[in-house]
Write a protein that binds this ligand. Structure first.
Ligand code: ATP
Ligand code: MG
Length: 263
């Protein structure tokens, strides 16, 4: 391992030689990278690169066929999403798993609603906590009892992030959080991610195929291509100008251009 400034600290999550196969399809092979708290690790890759498979393996949906995962230096193995969540992995999937007809605060507590001593849902307390947690992350929710549909796409993404943090995530995995949004909303979500990063106590894995977004908020980068990490490193280790080429599969492109050059 190189003696850069990071070697002094233990990664919040360390992935070593991860492999996942579906029959004879190699979805992931020998995938290694580290994620640190107080940092955004941008995981880039084109369609079919293995991003979703990687997230699902880290989230306990799939079990890895090879390799290991360590959290704060301790090897872990999840047999269910519940196990991964208990270990501090909070995954915000692209669909956000929101109930469109329910209120903002009901969505915040979805499946983990608070009750009062009489056993009734405690809307007042859920509203108050939702407002408080959203304010912490920089979104002012005037009335959390309003349907979630009254929120913008960016605000909904933020709600899903605030919810994961409130329920104990220390490693936040964000699956293409900016991909389904308009430009203004994309920036709002990037601002949210930056704010969460700056708290310093959470490690963020930001999955994207948008090189510009990765460049804006990534502290380290890993490029997945056909199930393999073809490049990784910090801002100083990665040729930022080359991100676009790496995204498209740097190694293969280089091979191809050599082939063409040779005629
Ligand atoms: N359940 C599965 N069964 C068989 N093959 C699968 C399964 N899930 C993924 N694959 C294959 O594994 C590879 C990686 O797929 P994955 O969905 O992880 O890519 P991705 O990077 O998330 O792509 P996208 O950007 O399109 O979402 C692909 O070749 C895909 O066809
Ligand atoms: Mg995917």
């Amino acid at each position: 391992m190189t003696a850069d400034k990071q070697t002094a600290k233990t990664p919040t999550i360390e992935i070593r030689g991860l492999g996942k196969f579906f029959g004879n399809i190699i979805a992931l092979k020998d995938v290694s990278f580290e994620v640190y708290k107080g940092e955004v690790t941008a995981l880039l890759g084109d369609n079919g690169a293995g991003k979703s498979t990687l997230i699902k393996t880290l989230s306990g949906v799939y079990r890895a066929d090879e390799g290991e995962i360590a959290i704060d230096g301790t090897p872990v193995s999840f047999s269910s999403p519940r196990g991964a969540a208990a270990a501090g992995i909070g995954t915000v999937y692209q669909d956000l798993a929101l109930q469109p007809l329910m209120s903002v605060s009901r969505n915040f507590f979805l499946g983990r609603e608070l009750s009062n001593t009489l056993g009734f849902l405690d809307f007042k307390r859920m509203d108050a906590i939702t407002r408080e947690e959203m304010a912490k992350i920089g979104i002012d929710v005037a009335d959390p009892s309003q349907p979630i549909g009254t929120m913008s796409g960016g605000q909904r993404q933020t709600l899903a992030i605030a919810r994961a943090i409130y329920f104990g995530a220390k490693i936040l995995i964000l699956d293409e959080p900016t991909s389904a949004l308009g430009q203004k909303q994309q920036l709002e979500v990037l601002r949210t991610i930056k704010r969460v990063r700056d708290r310093g106590d959470l490690a963020i894995v930001f999955i994207t195929h948008n090189d510009l977004h990765a460049k804006l908020i990534g502290d380290r980068f890993a490029f997945l291509n056909r199930g393999k990490v073809i490049a990784s490193g910090g801002r100083d280790d990665i040729d930022m100008e080359n991100i676009r080429a790496l995204m498209a599969g740097g190694a293969e492109l280089a091979d191809l251009s050599r082939e063409f050059a040779q005629g």
